[in-house]
Design a protein around this ligand. Structure first.
Ligand SMILES: [Zn+2]
Length: 102
């Protein structure tokens, strides 16, 4: 069984931290956009164009974050297998995505 080196493990943990932080930020941002958007919509006939574009941007960035994660062992993209946290094993080379000391 292959494990990551501590440096490679550090890279994955850093990605997880950023990914989780961004996800929480995105969640708050979407709520704010929805609340502000509906308030604007109630008080006038402002269209949903700008809140809509912002919401799409926030969601696109979540996707980009997911696609940024590559396996440090084989350099292939882990992509949607990741979700919020990196998976236990790389789906391509089956290396455990943590160092052996863990
Ligand atoms: Zn791999």
């Amino acid at each position: 069984m292959n494990y990551l080196t501590p440096e490679q493990d550090h890279k994955i943990r850093r990605w997880e931290r950023w990914n989780r932080n961004y996800f929480m930020f995105a969640f708050v941002a979407l709520v704010v956009i929805l609340v502000f958007g509906s308030q604007l919509g109630l008080s006038s006939d402002v269209s949903w164009d700008i809140p809509g574009i912002l919401a799409v941007l926030v969601i696109v960035l979540i996707v980009l974050f997911q696609l940024k994660l590559t396996c440090p062992a084989c350099d292939r993209k882990i992509g949607w297998h990741a979700k919020l946290m990196a998976p236990d094993q790389c789906p391509h080379c089956h290396t455990f995505l943590r160092s052996k000391e863990h």
